[in-house]
Design a protein around this ligand. Structure first.
Ligand code: S6P
Ligand code: ZN
Length: 167
């Protein structure tokens, strides 16, 4: 039997998105601290290398590199989103230390630890945000349904109940 062993070459062909502090103004809890960070050089918060396939039933996958840092008391984090379709997602942490914050539309919340080798499942219907609580990069791979769709608007409007300010 031939076994395909994946490596991370996909990064080279992945579609790269970059998020700086200024790209997330409405997502930060402390807007004054966010503005100060922008004025002081607008640091990079995270980058995502996504391989998005097409076709019903297919999976897409992405590597996220979330840098260490804080805006006010809040650790660097991803924007966070719901999937537009009720679909779950698998996270595999490769490097660093952090939290995966989950919250559903009813406001039920879970905060899960991220550390190298840890696999976390995001159930369908839960918004998810990654937070880097460590001093080095937090790097993780996510695998999701290709037609999941990403709803950022709900988080931009309502935020998450959990604000991560402690390790
Ligand atoms: C996609 C998956 C991740 C995130 C990435 C950035 O379903 O959850 O690849 O897209 O970590 O986070 P965000 O919230 O800016 O998409
Ligand atoms: Zn997702």
């Amino acid at each position: 039997m031939e076994v395909f062993i994946p490596d991370f070459n996909f990064v080279i062909d992945g579609r790269k998105s970059v998020r700086k502090v200024s790209d997330m103004m409405s997502f930060w809890n402390d807007k004054d601290a966010a503005q100060k960070a922008v004025d002081a050089g607008d640091p990079l918060v995270y980058e995502v290398y996504a391989c998005e396939t097409t076709g019903e039933g297919e999976l897409s996958y992405a590597l996220t590199i979330l840098y260490p840092g804080k805006v006010g008391q809040e650790f660097y984090m991803t924007k966070g989103h719901f999937h537009q379709k009720l679909t779950g997602e698998v996270y595999l942490c490769l490097r660093g230390k952090g939290k995966l914050v989950l919250e559903n539309r009813e406001g039920n919340t879970r905060v899960l630890e991220m550390s190298p080798g840890k696999v976390t499942y995001v159930p369908a219907g839960f918004a998810h945000r990654s937070v880097n609580t460590g001093k080095e990069n937090l790097e993780f791979m996510a695998v999701y349904n290709t037609d999941a769709g990403h709803d950022y608007g709900s988080i931009e409007r309502d935020g998450f109940k959990e604000l991560i300010t402690k390790e």
